[in-house]
Write a protein that binds this ligand. Structure first.
Ligand SMILES: C[S@@+](CC[C@H](N)C(=O)[O-])C[C@H]1O[C@@H](n2cnc3c(N)ncnc32)[C@H](O)[C@@H]1O
Length: 199
């Protein structure tokens, strides 16, 4: 895929997308011409897991330019119920392990929650670290199923060798709970702590 063919989901500062519905097998569009199918084709190329000196653990970086709004990869993993997530988080906290469980909230008439745990089954999305001033953001993306995939998109133009990171609590609805581990993101806007997974 050429850069100019990419699905760009953030066309302007004023127009904010909250979720994406991709074309699917029920659409009458021409698949070869359709620009509304990106997440369903999998992660972009030139992503690399590396030892991040900033975060003192593994991270994910790009070895090529990524334009603002482009899809990077899915945060893929096992889907959990809230009670199973709470059970696993208790074990993680008690044994001081890394926490990979991500809760995505969508607010409509009711609150939808999607909980993903990539710690045992997942993809490279699990290596993105948290930053208080991130270069990526997450969005719910529906393809053939009402349960959304968690898509990771470039929040700005990203250059080769930059580490990819997103705000674990979502910047828009950050609730100010700072009970997590100390944050190593190094941003001048750092809140001091990684946001807790709230269920
Ligand atoms: C989803 S994993 C990210 C990948 C992880 N660094 C690894 O080596 O597999 C989340 C874990 O990474 C670490 N981490 C992520 N963001 C961090 C940050 N801003 N400051 C300190 N540690 C962070 C924490 O241990 C957290 O539980």
């Amino acid at each position: 895929m050429r850069v100019e063919d990419e699905l760009v989901v953030i066309p302007s500062e004023s127009q904010q997308f909250r979720s994406i519905i991709e074309c699917n097998e029920l659409c009458e569009c021409q698949i070869s011409q359709c620009l509304n199918r990106r997440v369903q084709y999998g992660p972009r190329q030139k992503l690399e897991v590396f030892e991040s000196s900033l975060y003192k653990s593994k991270g994910l970086r790009t070895t090529a330019y990524i334009p603002r709004g482009a899809f990077i990869c899915e945060y893929a993993g096992e889907l959990l119920t809230p009670s199973e997530a709470q059970r696993r988080i208790k074990i993680i906290d008690e044994s001081c392990q890394m926490n990979y469980i991500l809760c995505l909230y969508e607010h409509s008439k009711t609150r939808l929650i999607t909980i993903v745990d990539p710690s045992k089954r997942g993809n490279i999305g699990r290596y993105l670290n948290h930053s208080c001033q991130p270069n990526c953001k997450i969005l719910p993306v529906r393809t053939n199923c009402p349960i959304p995939k968690i898509g990771i998109f470039a929040k700005r133009d990203i250059f080769a060798n930059e580490e990819l990171c997103f705000h674990y609590a979502g910047e828009d609805n950050y609730n100010g709970m700072l009970n997590g581990k100390p944050c190593l993101c190094g941003s001048i806007h750092c809140n001091g702590f990684i946001p807790n997974t709230e269920i």
